[in-house]
Ligand binder design. Structure first.
Ligand code: BTN
Length: 255
């Protein structure tokens, strides 16, 4: 990231060739005191981690596999907003670097059409009520071609290259992401969640759709209507009752 004109995001980079996962490496670096904005990158992950304990397919050279360390001075309940902020920043970077029409699927998947191009996994380290750091893992299918995806993934995943027909310059993409993230993040720290919420809703795949929600404690069907001011998804069921969905697997069906 030589010449990157940010204050802190991406100013320190730890780049690896092959790792199990950039997430634990970033956690260790953070625990040792790595600065806010430190980015851990890898060409290949042999044990890439997805949400809900799923694996994340991370073959060599075709993706952007990175973990970002941030240390926001915010209360614990607001930390999920950082994932939404990241999604907004990735979506903006994809739009501006490729012109592709991306949508954000709640809480943190980036879609092109009906296929996933990016996933985000946020891990929190906190002591009592204080946030120590967050490690935000971002996986972007950048230059994969169809044959790079195992059969089960080919139906649900795509890459920027497949969609745009052009190979992506990963280094300049990452720099642009760092700029956008820092801008969103600084604004957020000064002014709160309003702008992220607005941008998230404007590019949402989820708002307005019928969804099936399966949380640990509830099963629910209804229409996703908005984010609340905290970033929690609001789902209105058939009886008109509005439910708040904090973290769950959301499935979609045709309207
Ligand atoms: C998901 O959609 O389930 C989240 C996927 C997150 C993948 C990224 S790739 C970089 C970082 N390292 C990991 O092992 N996972 C995240």
């Amino acid at each position: 990231t030589a010449g990157l004109d940010t204050k802190r995001i991406g100013q320190q980079v730890i780049a690896h060739d092959e790792v199990v996962s950039t997430q634990p490496l970033a956690q260790e670096a953070a625990a040792r005191g790595a600065k806010e904005g430190t980015l851990v990158l890898a060409e290949l992950q042999t044990g890439g981690k997805g949400r809900l304990g799923r694996p994340w397919h991370s073959p060599k050279g075709t993706g952007i596999w990175m973990s970002l360390i941030i240390r926001p001075a915010i209360p614990l309940p607001k930390t999920p907003q950082m994932t939404l902020l990241t999604a907004v920043s990735v979506a903006r970077t994809i739009r501006e670097e490729t012109g592709l029409p991306v949508k954000i699927k709640w809480p943190n998947d980036i879609f092109i059409g009906d296929k996933k191009v990016c996933g985000i996994l946020t891990e929190l380290n906190a002591e009592s009520d204080r946030v120590n750091y967050l490690v935000i893992g971002i996986g972007i299918n950048a230059n994969s071609v169809e044959e790079d995806f195992p059969q089960d993934l080919a139906k649900i995943a795509t890459s920027l290259r497949i969609e745009s027909g052009q190979s992506l310059k990963r280094a300049s993409f990452i720099q642009q992401f760092c700029r956008f993230f820092e801008e969103e993040y600084d604004y957020y720290l000064e002014n709160g969640f309003g702008r992220v919420k607005q941008e998230w809703e404007a590019h949402s795949y989820t708002i307005g759709r019928w969804v099936n929600v399966q949380t640990i404690s509830q099963r629910l069907e209804g229409r996703a209507i908005a984010l609340d001011d905290e970033g929690v998804l609001m789902v209105e069921d058939q009886a008109g009752v509005v439910h708040k969905v904090y973290s769950a697997d959301v499935n979609y069906r045709a309207n």
